[in-house]
Ligand binder design. Sequence first.
Ligand code: NAD
Length: 256
Amino acid sequence: MNKTVLITGSTSGIGLGIATQFAQKGYNVMFNGLEANGAEIATNIATKYRVKTSFSNANLLDKNQIEALVKETIQTFGSLEVLINNAGIQHVSPIEAFSSEKYENIIAINMNSAFYASKAAWKQMKAQKFGRIINIASVHGLRASEFKVAYVTAKHGVIGMTKVLALEGAPFNINANAICPGYVKTPLVEGQIKDQAIAHQMTEDEVVQKVMLKKQAVKEFVPISVIAETALLLAGEASATITGTTFALDGGWSAQ
Ligand code: NAD
């Protein structure tokens, strides 16, 4: 029987790339995201890779919708082996001007949603004696940058949460790990390039070279396929003893 993966924020960017590679490997996929073409994406992937897919536009700002998303996944596919907490947003601003609403939304989507989804999936994973929770954190869960107070706070929190889930999950063959990418060229980063250009008073090209990739030893955006390959490894049977850790896919940023 095919395994089921639920990936939050999987109708764009990194989540979509991960979903595609999981479908390629025969996983059934529950898509989630706010993109208007989410259902179409899910149908196309199902046809292309001959797996089952479904789509929910559950808004992760609402814990009831997160619980319903997990429930719907289990009802639709009959199991939930892999949960990938991927959805995330960014806002770049000096702290003095940082909007409280944006701060709270980033904490809710980038951090709290991982708690509510993991909590909702826990009973099913325990009963299956198999669960894999993969949190897409960031190098900003390991290192700070100015003007990103909410994001850096949330991502550090997610790494702490991952460690607790690993300890509590170990007796039940539930593992939990965090992937910490450096910069990946997705719509989220394209938006940031514009915001950073304003904050740093630079052109967009200067922001990419002088601000974003400055901290990576390898001056290239991290390919989405590398993140998906890492997630596939962590989702598999062989990763039982890999738990509570962080995978820095950051071009050497955190080596410094
Ligand atoms: P993206 O903007 O391309 O995709 C984000 C997804 O999250 C979208 O599908 C969006 O609809 C969904 N989403 C946002 N708010 C939501 C909400 N309230 N409810 C439901 N879904 C919601 O971004 P991305 O770059 O692919 O980022 C994915 C993850 O990777 C994020 O957690 C991000 O922090 C992390 N990350 C990204 C980079 C990067 O450079 N792009 C680097 C490190 C970590």
